[in-house]
Design a protein around this ligand. Sequence first.
Ligand SMILES: Cc1cc2nc3c(=O)[nH]c(=O)nc-3n(C[C@H](O)[C@H](O)[C@H](O)COP(=O)(O)O)c2cc1C
Length: 396
Amino acid sequence: MQCLDDFRLSFKGRDFLPLMVGGMGTNISTANLVLAIEKLGGMAHLSDAMLPDVADREIGTHFTKEKTIRFKSMIEEADKTEEKFNLEALSRVSKQYFSDVMEKATGKGLVLVNCMEKLTMNDPIATLKARLNAALDAGVDGITMSAGLHLSSLKLMQDNPRFNDALFGLVVSSARALNLFLKRTAFIGRKLDYVVVEGPLAGGHLGFGEDWRNFKLEDIVKDVVKLVKDTGLNVPVLGAGGIFSGKEAVDLMKKTGASGIQAATRFTIAQESGLPDPVKQVYIDAKDEDVEVNHASPTGYLMRMLKNSPALTANNRPNCESYGYMLSHGSCPYLKEWLENSSEKTKCCLCTNMRNYKVWTCGTSVSRLKTTTVRGQDGKWVLPTAEQIFNDYRLA
Ligand SMILES: Cc1cc2nc3c(=O)[nH]c(=O)nc-3n(C[C@H](O)[C@H](O)[C@H](O)COP(=O)(O)O)c2cc1C
């Protein structure tokens, strides 16, 4: 029987295990987690969700403090249109953070950045341009464009000296979305290097509506593989969402023609993951019935999370002056509900709660974590290292 280690994925003449560790924001796929995988010759994503705030905490920058001071007089204002991100500071801090990670990379694997288009940051195009180019300037190996259609992202990077040397991937949940991206970006003349197909069982935000149960990863991957062939794109397609083992990865690849997989949920409980250790214990204890797909995210996308995520019952005062990553035209669906003082809030304050690890997002396979984890003598689950999880995918 074949294992994942019998397969390789090639990028620019280098071969890799066909497993990407998916980006997990906010700071769940930490630099330590990504570097542990990179050291093994693997491919892993940092997430750029709320990156300046992550940089403040990890490398001592002062982005959030400066933003708070600049806008604190506007706390009572309902219209936050003026609360723009300082683009120069956004670029500088992002570059500093990514450069710090790249200095520690061994060069054996790939450090990729997952860039969420849906972080609108009250000025979507300008902030996206700053984020994407800062990552390239810092020397990251590639950028995976996620959570959005990214119709302008390539154009925003086309003047960067690394435009042709970095890897670019796109996350889609349908062949239709990929087709639209290819048609609308054809004039740029820069091909994608890989496509990740995220199915309905993934963690984080979902690219599906209420009918997500009607879709199967396998079918979507088949459609995307066909489209990639038919359009002459001919790049690797990776499947994501609910793939818990190397064996399941190989099965998917054989059935669909995918060249590899992306996985995240299994790595949430790695020692190097940013989730607090007690929360990792909650993840491992989770059962199927503890997971829900809900509308709590102000992005408008459905999100999968544990039902007992503290964010769902928190009544946070919006903190747009400090964060404001969800603002669009000066508002955010959570801010609106807060201002209306609605007793039944449907949204949560994603910024405050993501950075405080109170949104316990996960894929459906969270309930299987206990099957690959053992309890210590104190009754607590023993947290695996990222290397152990990576090797389990590789060989088991
Ligand atoms: C805790 C967690 C956080 C995530 N955060 C992000 C994110 O910030 N951006 C993104 O595009 N995808 C995010 N995802 C999705 C993953 O990158 C990945 O594609 C997906 O979860 C793979 O499925 P699996 O978790 O079943 O292995 C997240 C997933 C998890 C579990």
